[in-house]
Design a protein around this ligand. Structure first.
Ligand code: SAJ
Length: 420
């Protein structure tokens, strides 16, 4: 049914998905507005970091199954995996989806399937259908012709973990939300090309809500752990021991407190629910607020430690204090610093005026936004002997391996339970 597949958006989800179709010998046309990404992919290389992906892209391109371009071309199925960020005030920004709809509309033909993969507020698939219908009055769409529509439309969210994308794209179950039954059937047939997990059919609105629910579930549970960490600090109780003990109950499974919630999904998606149903989504909103507050709370701990250092060294100034931040990534063992609470905390510490030594084993140079004279990238061994205070912000493997040495340091703020 699907000889040619077009993927609109070749980012963290679009490129691996396009490549898996190509690896199953489908002709795949990848479309992206980023010329650099298009050129890199056409050379058989990748512009993002994801294990296994480089080899897969290289063979897909050299064998002629995957090709990237900036202009959409006709295909049997179109998948849209473009960003859905939020604007100020936590309002979802659907402009990338709208632009993708306008870009593919001219090349649609009767019999095509369009599936949206981007995490989206409930009702977005219907909006996509409206944008397409407005651009192509000569074709019929599900909101007009239902099962008989010329173009069928479905919502099929991804649920893969960065760092394990290739494996999880193949292995995870997938929710397939059709605007019609026919759309769901067609989308199932499409994803069966490479998905080994179950393909579970529902309607588009439920599938949209399902994606938001999964990430909100995790956010609410992390917020519970973060709130416990702040309560326990007040009560002088070791939260890590507390959670270990509570989790011995057969029906209790508390997640881990940290420096805050980062990444592009869990800290964003719950706002899409809050935005649509602000009066009802009270717990989901509060969880977001608790998690967003956690970096500020860690910063207060750092300020108190610096004040202690200054008190112990009479005559010293802020510029004399050396503070090491262990970890910058948004979670352990990845190099991704975007939307990272550790970066946010490190920036604020640097603004205090002390010398900041950032230790991030997964990067070679500091990103531009961290470029300040009093902030340098250092090695763990250096900071162990030179820093006045260590602040552990991410539980990277390299820090766990050096646990004994970190533990031996006289002044450690541990936001992630490394020492627990
Ligand atoms: N975190 C904690 N404590 C924990 C677990 C996580 O503080 O116990 C923090 C992490 O340090 C990180 C943030 O939460 O800053 C998010 O990390 P994560 O590993 O929970 O999730 P992501 O953002 O890498 O990926 C999530 C996943 N969703 C769920 O687990 C429900 C993934 O399956 C989704 O596909 C992805 O969002 C997405 O694209 O939506």
């Amino acid at each position: 049914m699907f000889k040619t597949i077009s993927m609109i958006g070749l980012g963290y989800i679009g490129l691996p998905t396009a490549t898996l179709f190509a690896s199953r010998k489908k002709k795949v046309i990848g479309v992206d507005i980023n010329q650099h990404a298009v050129d890199t992919i056409n050379q058989g290389k990748i512009h993002i970091v994801e294990p296994e992906l480089d080899m897969l892209v290289h063979s897909a391109v050299t064998e002629g199954y995957l090709r990237a371009t900036t202009q959409p071309e006709p295909a049997d199925a179109f998948l849209i995996a473009v960003p859905t960020p939020f604007t100020d005030g936590h309002k979802p920004d659907l402009s990338y989806i709208e632009a993708a709809a306008k870009a593919i509309a001219p090349v649609l033909v009767k019999g095509n399937l369009v599936t949206l993969e981007s995490t989206s507020p409930v009702g977005t698939t219907e909006k996509l259908a409206d944008w397409l219908a407005a651009a192509r009055p000569d074709l019929s769409f599900p909101q007009q012709a239902g099962e008989e529509a010329d173009i069928q439309i479905a919502y099929c969210p991804e649920r893969v973990l960065p760092g394990k994308v290739v494996h999880e794209l193949v292995a995870n179950d997938r929710v397939i939300g059709g605007m019609t039954n026919k759309a769901a059937e067609m989308a199932c047939a499409l994803y069966k090309t490479f998905v080994e997990g179950a393909l579970v059919q529902t309607n588009a609105r439920t599938a949209e809500m399902c994606k938001l629910t999964e990430n909100s579930f995790r956010d609410v549970n992390i917020a519970f752990a973060n709130e416990l960490s702040m309560i326990c600090d007040k009560l002088d109780i070791d939260v890590w021991e507390l959670i270990r003990l509570a989790n011995r109950h057969p029906r209790v499974n508390i997640l881990q407190p940290g420096a805050g919630v980062g990444g592009h999904c869990i800290a964003v998606d719950p706002w899409f629910i809050v935005d649509t149903t602000p009066n009802e989504a009270r717990l989901i909103r509060t969880a977001r607020e608790v998690n967003d507050y956690k970096p500020e709370w860690v910063l207060e701990k750092v300020k108190a430690a610096i004040a202690d250092c200054l008190a112990q060294k009479p005559g010293s100034t802020m510029a004399d204090i050396k503070l090491a931040c262990l970890g910058l990534a948004f979670k352990p063992d990845i190099d991704d610093l975007r939307e990272s609470p550790a970066v946010e905390i490190t920036q604020h510490i640097a603004q205090l005026g002390c010398q900041v030594l950032a230790v991030e084993p997964n990067i070679e140079t500091l990103p531009q936004k961290l470029g300040r004279p009093n902030l340098v990238l250092s090695s763990l061994s250096d900071v162990l002997s030179t820093a006045d205070v260590l602040c552990v912000l991410v539980k990277h493997r390299e820090f766990v391996e050096e646990l004994a040495n970190i533990q031996a340091h006289p002044d450690v703020i541990d936001a992630v339970g490394l020492l627990a």
